[in-house]
Every structure is written in C-alpha cells, then in structure tokens.
Design a protein around this ligand. Structure first.
Ligand SMILES: [Zn+2]
Length: 240
C-alpha cells in the first residue's frame, strides 16, 4: 500500500507536473493524481499532454513504490506535462467502493466477523465481493439491502488514519481480507479507512467523504462459489 498523492488530495484530478523518467510508451512523473488501482478498485483512466503531444493513459505499473504510467502509444513525453484523471470514471469507482465497504461492514457485523476472500469493482456500476460464509442462508445476505441503504441515508462521515501494520494486525477486523494483508507503505504503516460509527478497515482505495453522497445501492445477486464462499453482486442504482 504505497502512499499516493490521491490519498491526501482525492479532489485534485488535474495537475501540471514534470517527467522524471520515460521509455517508449511509459512515463514516471514527479507527481501524479492517478490511483493505479488495487484491492479490487480499477485503475484510473485519463490523459497526459505535453508540448508536442497528447496521449491516453491506459494503465499503471507499480515498481519499488514508483508508479509508471503506461501510454496508449509508444511515445516518450518530456519536460512539463499536464495530466487529467477521467472524473466520471473516478467518481463511479469511488462511489461503488464506498458501497462495497458498507456491505462488507454489515456482513462482518452480522455474520460473526466473516472475512472477504475477493473483491472486484466493475466499470458498469456493479461490484462483486466474495465472503467466507459457509452454511449461510443466502436470503439473509439479500436482506442486507435495506440496512445498506439505511447507512447511506445516515450520511456517516468517512475518515482516514495511517497506523503501523503491526498494530493494525492486532486489532480484530482491521485487516478484512482472509488471504492478503495489505503491504505497508515504506514507513511500515497502512491506511485505515473509517466509516464513523460503522466500520474501520485497512484500505488504499478512494471513497466518498460521507455515505450520504452515494446513490442507493442494490444487492443484485447472491451465488455460492464453492463450499465456503458466497459471492454478492451489488450495484449502484441507475437513473439518478
Ligand atoms: Zn476502500
């Protein structure tokens, strides 16, 4: 879990910066507003413009805490660049990611601390989250729909803190994934996301500043995936 510029400044989606290093089709920047994806959240999309060109940013490669921006063409930008994150795409990921937290908070609370075994946000306003929930009646999961939307209506604030991974690992529920603990930042800390009054967990993604900014959420489907796993598909309601 590297520490990204967007963790401190999620509202800044365009900025002027400089090229630190480049190779054909990839560039390293002094500063970047992009979220490179991870933990189920899809990488930001956007563009990069410089004195003699303009190119689409198609993906990211994180190596040694440095984020290489992968470009749609084999160009080598240099000097001052103007970068822009696709605001609609980021907003949808942020909203969906927040809904996913509310869902997994409710599952954790109502199903004896059930952990996540996988999560993936889509680019179609839906997400799937897998839980380690052997022997659970799927109707109980479907019934969380009402409580989920109740949390949205309560407009709970979302806050952040960084704390040492060692300490985070001793607090039950803070590391919510069954399989992977988030890699700490170079200073040994992980980022804790708190939905005040509901939930705290380690996460490096982007989230709304309060739950009330979300559209209503629906649980679309619950499937059994193997003996232990339940896959819950949720979606933001369209048409608002
Ligand atoms: Zn998150």
């Amino acid at each position: 879990m590297s520490r990204y510029f967007c963790h401190d400044h999620p509202e800044i989606l365009t900025l002027e910066t400089r090229v630190l290093d480049a190779r054909p089709g990839a560039v390293l920047l002094v500063q970047s507003p992009f979220h490179p994806g991870g933990g189920g959240q899809l990488a930001d999309r956007g563009r990069l413009a410089w004195q003699s060109g303009d190119v689409r940013v198609t993906g990211f490669e994180v190596a040694d805490g440095r984020v290489w921006h992968l470009l749609a063409e084999p160009v080598e930008p240099s000097g001052v660049v103007h970068v822009t994150v696709d605001p609609t795409f980021r907003a949808a990921q942020t909203e969906l990611h927040t809904g996913a937290h509310i869902l997994n908070a409710l599952v954790y609370r109502h199903f004896d601390g059930a952990l996540i075994t996988g999560a993936q946000l889509g680019d179609d306003l839906t997400a799937r989250i897998d839980f380690d929930l052997p022997g659970v009646d799927n109707d109980r999961l479907r019934a969380l729909d009402a409580e989920l939307n109740d949390v949205i209506r309560q407009d709970l604030p979302v806050r952040y803190a960084w704390q040492p991974l060692e300490r985070a690992a001793t607090e039950p529920g803070l590391l919510r994934s069954r399989s992977v603990a988030p890699p700490p930042a170079p200073d040994g800390t992980v980022r804790i996301v708190e939905i005040v009054g509901l939930d705290r967990q380690a996460c490096g993604g982007t989230h709304l500043t309060s739950t009330g900014q979300s559209r209503p959420v629906r649980i679309l489907k619950v499937d059994n995936k193997g003996r232990h796993n339940r896959r819950v598909r949720m979606g933001l309601s369209r048409g608002s």
